[in-house]
Design a protein around this ligand. Structure first.
Ligand code: TXE
Length: 485
């Protein structure tokens, strides 16, 4: 007997609709390697259809009183919170991440995203500039129109809601495309949007691949704002597609984030923080600290204790409450991780921990995509393993002699997303933070996120900033009105 799989359809104009071409992609559960649902394999026609809906919704939505728009977002947040457990389980199945992580990080943060922007719009002001006795200027910040929002698979609802919430809060309508690898919670969000009474056409979700749906969004002449999170190579394509239309673009891309541990650090905190920043979500967070640099005098002790803690991480079925390390998102990503572990050995690295797939945790997961937390030592700072984004549970640990040297190592990559500095010397913390070329510098912590702060990368980690005021500005067009006195 063939089992009918759930079909994840597009959400356009407030309705769930099949893709016009009737094609679907298999959606695989990473922990089992088995297809468990199907997702619309849409194309440019579906994007056109969604743009028509988004365009129709703009006049009413953009003119809604701010408090009413805010109310819709708050209702969405409340309804996700009501269904938190359902969302957490779905996110865990779809991505392979531990259910405890989805329950404590992904879904609460998605709720917070809606609440944050729902309330932010109630408190924002606009500027006025007085030109002596000549004129008053004031700045109108108006919605830009239709925004295209493209997100990756590592933090599906967390990152998609981080884009949807500010875009619609300020009066835009949106066409969103989640990753084709992890579409489930975006689909569930549409049910919530409907229940919250969000007007038709404000939120449209078109599922499918990057080349079919993503590129139709970036190339669509009526979508004038693009917010993208994903790999750097894809970001380049997005930028190229947007350039001829002069679209406003925000790109949040990859990272190869350094993590510095100075001899004067609180070692216990530095080790616990570094283990977390290396392996959270199986290392599949763009902010993971994949290059750990440790001052020579404490190097050996740090490596021993780091390995001791990392080897205690409980790998297992993502749906097991105790699991701390789940599955890698798909076979391609697993193969990429294996490729880099082989490369590291060819480059002279020593596998100090892990380096291969673990025993499957149970019968259900015997064909899942698992990889052990892996620690590599003995590599040169300039080798490929230390320069290219792996995006998996693989970290390198390298000793350094002094501050000057380690800042140079850290800055000598194409990326510039985030960094962590572990030291008890406040002057050093300020000095290093000032000189390190990353959009975020954490001192004695990792992944502490205040939604008001600017978030984004330097160099090939991206263009533009998300978060707080930056996001509200990104999704609006400033217009100066000059009135003679
Ligand atoms: O990401 P992609 P992938 C990195 C990580 C990973 C690599 C590739 O190193 O190994 O990127 O992962 C859509 N026009 N990160 O292939 O392709 C795609 O459908 C428009 C870092 O999954 O960048 C998905 O919705 N859109 C990252 C989104 O872009 C296109 C998180 C991201 O997919 C497109 C994920 C196109 N031509 C991966 N092609 C981070 N920094 O958070 C694809 N897409």
């Amino acid at each position: 007997m063939t089992q009918t799989l759930v079909r994840i359809n597009n959400f356009i104009n407030g309705e769930f609709v099949e893709p016009i071409n009737s094609r679907y992609l298999d959606n695989i559960e990473p922990a089992t390697g088995k297809t468990y649902s199907q997702v619309a394999d849409s194309d440019a026609y579906d994007v056109d259809f969604s743009v028509a809906a988004a365009e129709k919704a703009i006049p009413d939505w953009s003119k809604q009183p701010t408090a009413e728009r805010s109310g819709f977002l708050l209702r969405i947040a409340d309804l996700i919170e009501r269904d938190l457990e359902k969302f957490a389980r779905a996110e865990s199945i779809d991505t392979g991440k531990p259910i405890s992580l989805a329950r404590t990080l992904d879904i609460p943060r998605s709720i917070a995203n809606f609440r944050f922007f729902a309330t932010a719009i109630l408190h924002t002001g606009s500027e006025a500039h007085i030109t002596d006795n000549v004129a008053f200027n004031y700045t109108l910040r108006q919605p830009r129109g239709i925004a295209g929002l493209i997100s990756p698979w590592n933090l599906p609802l967390y990152l998609l809601s981080w884009k949807i919430a500010p875009a619609i809060a300020v009066g835009n309508t949106v066409i969103a495309k989640p990753s084709e690898l992890t579409p489930m919670t975006a689909y569930m969000l549409c049910e919530i949007a409907r229940e919250a009474g969000l007007p038709n056409g404000v939120l449209n979700i078109v599922h499918g691949t990057g080349p079919n749906v993503g590129s139709s969004i970036t190339a669509h002449p009526k979508i004038n704002t693009i917010s993208f999170t994903g790999g750097t190579a894809t970001g380049r394509k997005v930028a190229e597609a947007c350039a001829p239309f002069f679209k406003k673009v925000s790109l949040e891309l990859g990272g190869k984030n350094p993590n510095f541990v100075f001899a004067d650090a609180d070692l216990e905190a530095a080790i616990a923080g570094s283990v977390r920043s290396s392996f959270a979500n199986q290392g599949q967070v763009c902010l993971c600290g994949s290059r750990v640099f440790v001052e020579k005098s404490i190097y050996k002790e740090f490596v021993d204790r780091f390995i001791g803690q990392a080897s205690q991480l409980k790998q297992g079925d993502p749906l097991d409450e105790q699991t701390e390390q789940g599955a890698i998102v798909n076979k391609t990503q697993l193969d990429k991780v294996k490729f880099y572990v082989d490369l590291a050995q060819k480059e002279g690295g020593k596998i100090a921990l892990g380096g291969s797939a673990p025993q499957p945790p149970n019968e259900r997961c015997c064909e899942g995509y698992f990889f052990q937390p892996t620690v590599i030592t003995g590599l040169s700072v300039s080798c490929r393993t230390n320069r290219e984004e792996i995006f998996g549970p693989v970290v390198t640990i390298t000793p350094f002699d002094n501050e000057e040297e380690v800042i140079n190592h850290a800055n000598d990559v194409e990326y510039g997303l985030s960094s962590s500095v572990w030291t008890q010397n406040l002057s050093r913390a300020h000095r290093v933070a000032e000189r390190i070329n990353t959009g975020t510098v954490w001192v004695n912590c990792w992944l502490v996120r205040d939604l008001r702060v600017p978030f984004g990368g330097m160099k090939q980690s991206g263009v533009g900033r998300e978060g707080g005021e930056e996001a509200l500005r990104f999704f609006t067009e400033p217009k100066n009105v000059c009135i003679a006195k």
